[in-house]
Write a protein of this length. Structure first.
Length: 320
């Protein structure tokens, strides 16, 4: 018994000298990152480009779009559990995974929460329809908070920056690369933001647009466009006949300069409005969904194309 006591005393003496084990002080480097949605996956891939040994997975299939009505599968929940870090859009977009994400604690990066004042600056710029039925039914944040922050260059750059900083904190060996990638993407998006703002500098009023869905509201706000309304307030439901008639009548009276559709939706409704109201239609890519076999700079390329399409269209409208 005396020898056993001496043994425990020796063990305690060793721990008092070396302190806690190193593994409890230094977190393991991130090697598996799981992005909740397609646009966040694109931004994360851009930030991690060229970093060896890191895998960026996509939770919700690229063709799904925003997971407002998504039902998680057991495989989805297992992937959330196994990833080193889960990166989400936030703002209620991933409410279907709320319980599984809450169990991950600090291993979830909520990009929406990191936007802070940059997001609140849009409160008075987004159309009232962005606080419609869809946002209440799916538990989105308070009225006026549109979760599609990824679709505008200004907030997308902030999201990429927050992803880079979180990865740099967890993987300091590649911190410079994460930050350099985010800075390069941010510079490209800043250039696009300047081009968008030049589009609004026309005579004595802003360009007026009618949106197909509210995912393009941040892009319109970045450009300084005046959004007169939204045709399809819920992504999972086609607009009713009475709603379409009201929108058509308002379009005939207000005469927006442009109808902005989304490539993620069928354009039959917008084509009908365009023909009936005699207003030009332009379809852009909101990046809510898309192909998976794309290069790491796909997000920037699509946004560049969106801005080029806007410039070309507005340059050929004599009323502007």
């Amino acid at each position: 018994m005396k020898s056993l006591s001496l043994f425990f005393a020796a063990v305690l003496a060793v721990f008092s000298l070396v302190g806690p084990l190193a593994v409890s002080v230094h977190a393991a480097p991130v090697r598996s990152v799981l992005a909740g949605t397609y646009p966040v996956w694109l931004l994360t891939r851009a930030v991690t480009e060229g970093v060896p040994g890191i895998e960026v997975g996509l939770l919700v299939a690229a063709a799904t779009g925003c997971p407002h009505d998504y039902a998680p599968t057991p495989a989805d929940l297992l992937r959330i559990e196994q990833a080193d870090l889960v990166v989400i859009n936030g703002l209620g977009m991933e409410d279907a995974f709320r319980d599984a994400l809450s169990r991950r604690g600090g291993d979830v990066l909520d990009c929406g929460a990191s936007l802070g004042e940059a997001l609140t600056a849009y409160a008075g710029k987004l159309p009232a329809a962005a606080c419609g039925r869809e946002h209440h039914d799916h538990g989105h944040a308070a009225c006026g908070v549109n979760p599609h922050a990824f679709a505008g260059p200004r907030l997308a750059a902030r999201m990429a920056e927050s992803i880079a900083e979180e990865l740099a904190r967890r993987d300091p060996a590649h911190a410079d690369r994460y930050r350099e990638n985010a800075a390069r993407l941010g510079a490209g998006l800043h250039d696009l933001l300047q081009r968008l703002r030049r589009l609004a500098q026309r005579e004595d009023r802003p360009v007026r647009v009618l949106l197909q869905h509210d995912a393009l509201a941040y892009l319109a706000a970045d450009a300084g466009f005046a959004v007169l309304g939204i045709v399809q307030e819920a992504s999972s439901e086609a607009p009713t006949a009475s709603h379409l008639m009201r929108i058509l009548e308002e379009a005939r009276q207000e005469r927006p300069d442009l109808l902005l559709g989304e490539q993620q939706f069928t354009d039959r409704t917008m084509q009908m409005l365009s023909e009936e109201a005699d207003i030009p239609l332009l379809c852009l890519d909101s990046l809510a969904s898309g192909p998976e076999d794309v290069p790491a700079d796909h997000y920037l390329r699509v946004m560049q194309n969106n801005v080029s399409l806007l410039e070309e269209r507005l340059a050929h409208q004599p009323s502007l």
